[in-house]
Design a protein around this ligand. Structure first.
Ligand SMILES: Nc1ncnc2c1ncn2[C@@H]1O[C@H](COP(=O)(O)OP(=O)(O)OP(=O)(O)O)[C@@H](O)[C@H]1O
Length: 480
């Protein structure tokens, strides 16, 4: 709870105008029930009886100029931090908020800070000492507060929360039970927590014909691999494109890479932690995000939301599986080893940067495509800003720009060049390095001419050989 607001609150719940009046019910939209209510702040529920005699009841108002709910001369709650509200049978009103922690003393940094739970509870009372009209509070005050927290929310929402219990350090179920569930409940959303029981389970679940009618959103608690499995099921549904346009998705990080979760926090300007990802979901604003579709020479197709890598990045990602117990440290340890035992990878790369009908994979690309054949060390096609937590690999990527950004290091670069790039991925400064080529395109085809690597889509290995991909701009809806 933030304190310190002493100004007289303004009273327009839709914040469209300023009402210069002493009356707490200045707008016709503001429910008249507020006229008949007093709000007794209760900071500590266990001492509520004692405090009722000493705390002065106040009115509840909206301070439009500060975007805050004001409940006394000294107490205001920033609406942007609120995710929900509820009223108990005994008339206790609780507003659930996740304000950012206070900046360190003397700090001028504008970087996002972690959010922690702040509960503001009030005993509702009738202002004329009569009986509290609880049904009226529930039908007027509560919907108003909930709509302030989540303007586009509806009641009775049910979210499927799919959890991979074996992601990363195997914390998925704990995160779902201890962070996701309470925050969704505070937002008046019913979570249906469903653990996966085997690899491929998420793909199977996403083909269910009743998904759309059963849930209002689907939340993945795991690594990028869980969402990748879900996406393969979703992209092969007969109603795939309409389903993806209608169903909102959320990501909660519990894996070792968590590239999409980090990208979401980055574009939402949130501190990169689990609470921020769930907070973004609770604020309930799904937006269009890009998907890409890949075809392989073996006739398979894959949907992807994050990246395709070949060369050293794919080798590090896939071969480091043996070090899974190290969590995200496995990538650093294995990257050092791969740089010592450096390999050259040869390929033909073709790309185009406009809307295009993809040629069949066995046919040559059109004349308007650019083609290069060379030795490479690194080839990384990125769609989002972060390939994993702490790796700002594609600062120029937007969630819905309809583009791949190809990050390429050719074979003539040195070990030192490569090392400086890997170190610079953390803050995104590799984009300034001479040996790092960046190509923006809407589609590309990669034809490996050596068989000494892997192809990795969103962290998962696919068959090795010619592969081509095209971005489908804004093809799915994601909370970010
Ligand atoms: N119940 C399960 N038991 C064993 N493996 C599972 C289960 N559910 C899913 N998996 C597999 O776990 C693999 C890894 O999943 P996930 O991506 O969630 O975690 P991660 O690899 O640690 O994270 P990241 O992809 O971000 O690096 C997936 O390929 C999936 O097939």
């Amino acid at each position: 709870m933030e304190t310190g607001s002493t100004s007289e609150p303004l009273l327009d719940p839709h914040m469209s105008s300023v009402h210069n009046t002493d009356s707490p019910v200045a707008s016709s939209n503001w429910p008249s029930v507020l006229d008949s209510l007093k709000f007794l702040p209760i900071n500590n529920l266990s001492s509520s009886v004692a405090t009722q005699n000493t705390v002065v009841p106040s009115k509840l108002c909206l301070d439009a100029s500060n975007n805050a709910i004001v409940t006394s001369a000294t107490t205001s709650i920033n609406i942007d931090d609120c995710i929900g509200a509820d009223i108990t049978d005994t008339g206790l009103l609780t507003i659930h908020a996740y304000p950012q922690s206070a900046p360190k003393c003397g700090s001028t940094s504008t970087k996002p800070r972690p959010r922690t739970y702040s509960q503001s509870t009030f005993q509702l009372q009738s202002s004329d000492a009569g009986t509290l009209d609880l049904p009226l509070c529930n039908s007027t005050l509560l919907p108003l507060l909930r709509s302030l927290c989540n303007p586009s929310s509806s009641s009775n929402r049910k979210y499927l929360v799919l959890v991979n219990p074996f992601s990363g350090k195997k914390q998925g179920l704990k995160i779902a039970q201890e962070i996701v569930k309470p925050m969704l409940l505070q937002s008046n959303i019913t979570p249906i927590i469903t653990p996966t029981t085997h690899p491929g389970h998420a793909t199977e679940l996403m083909s269910s014909p009743t998904l759309l009618s059963s849930y209002d959103a689907i939340i993945a608690v795991g690594g990028d691999g869980l969402l990748y499995e879900m996406m393969q099921g979703l992209s092969h549904r007969p109603d795939s494109s309409t389903f993806l346009e209608q169903m909102p998705f959320g990501i909660v990080p519990a894996g070792s890479g968590n590239g999409l979760a980090a990208s979401v926090n980055s574009v939402a300007d949130k501190f990169d932690d689990t609470t921020s990802n769930v907070f973004v979901i609770c604020k309930n604003v799904p937006k269009p995000a890009d998907l890409s579709l890949y075809d392989t020479s073996e006739g398979n197709s894959y949907a992807s939301f994050l990246s395709l890598s070949w060369g050293i990045v794919a080798d590090v990602d896939l071969e480091s599986e043996v070090l899974r117990a190290l969590g995200s440290l496995r990538f650093d340890v294995y990257a050092v080893w791969r740089m010592i035992a450096l390999k050259q990878y040869r390929a033909k790369l073709s790309y185009i940067n406009c809307e295009v009908e993809m040629p069949p994979i066995g046919e040559t690309v059109g004349e308007d495509w650019t083609t290069i054949e060379d030795n490479f060390l690194c080839f990384w096609a990125l769609q989002t800003s972060h390939a994993s937590q702490g790796m700002h690999t594609s600062p120029a990527s937007k969630m819905d720009d309809g583009k791949f950004h190809l990050y390429i290091v050719r074979g003539k670069a040195t070990r030192l060049n490569l090392l400086t790039s890997f170190l610079a991925f953390e803050d995104g400064s590799h984009v300034k390095q001479k040996h790092m080529e960046i190509i923006e395109c809407t589609a590309f085809r990669l034809e490996p001419l050596t068989d000494n690597s892997h192809i990795d889509i969103d962290g998962e290995e696919v068959e090795y050989g010619t592969i081509q991909g095209q971005v489908k701009a804004g093809a799915w809806r994601l909370f970010y």
